[in-house]
Write a protein that binds this ligand. Sequence first.
Ligand code: UT7
Length: 333
Amino acid sequence: MTRHLGKSVGIIGTGQHYPERTISNHDLSEYLDTDDEWIRSRTGISNRRVADPGTGASELGVPALLQALQNAKVEPNEIDAIIVATVTPDTLFPSTACRIQEKIGATKAFGFDLSAACSGFVFALTTGASMIASGSYQKVAIVGVDIMSSIINPEDRTTAVLFGDGAGAVILSEVAPTFGILDFEQRIDGSGADSLFMSAGGSKRPASLETVKNKEHFAVQLGQDVYKNAVVAMSEYARLMLDRNGLTSDDLKLFIPHQANSRIIEAAAKRLGITEDKVMINIDQFANTTAATIPTAIHQAYQSQRIAKGDHVILTAFGAGYTYGSVLMKWVY
Ligand code: UT7
């Protein structure tokens, strides 16, 4: 049975923002035991954007959201809720949603941060859409933003080459019948918690001289475990979206997966029988921006006219937790 929202809710505007500074694979290989060939062949990444130290997630989120509002022709004071998907909030509290609300002057909004790592945007999208479908809210802003450079150990080649900083945003609203989010399915599976994590800085292991000395405020990843699980979950949940809505891969205009590794994306697309021309990729220039990969990819897909009104699009994500899921949409405009 599909998870239909009960009302038609869809994206009516998108935006993005990246820091200006680009770091290439060659730049990294000047101080890390790595090289362009390894990074490109194993991950598909050539460049990533990196924010200046001291930049908060809200500082990338605000311009992304303002662009989405402008594209949606919605004023900040029309926004009922702001949901910010991030694992790198400005501060643990108050929420980055509060920082963004104040900076854009969203005087009517409530909001909160949502922690689901690389699946954060997809989880926030379906949460915001469900809030609109309930009838209690009209316009919801979803921001996916991460400053991964703030939690990546620059000396650890197994993670330092993989991530970048960025923000993407969308505005959700009720839309014409049969358009917008048609179906979705998501899961959390805590058995994967020890495969991708940051051990210190929370209540279990608060910051101390010892945690800093042990470099426990950086992300750690068991790459191969995550890789295998990501390929299976991303393709299975995307397949579910097609199967239970009576669609085939031919009916799909664009597959927009989380961008962690181009090999994961290729393997998932192959399992789905989707050809390369229907797969959205931005990992080559922006690397893995965690909660920002999918909203920036949606924005870039629309701007480059790879999606238009009436097109079927599938989003699929996998991340720390584990967290995963897929969304089927019919593009609104
Ligand atoms: O977004 C959240 C979800 N995250 C993901 O989905 C990421 C999933 N995992 C991956 O994408 C891949 O596992 C990685 C890109 C992280 C690693 O690729 P891999 O093909 O699984 O490589 P590996 O970990 O098996 O390492 C192969 C070799 C090792 O050397 P030995 O032991 O074979 O001598 C590593 O030490 O590559 C070495 N290596 C590197 N070499 C050069 C690891 N990182 C680097 C590097 N440069 N940056």
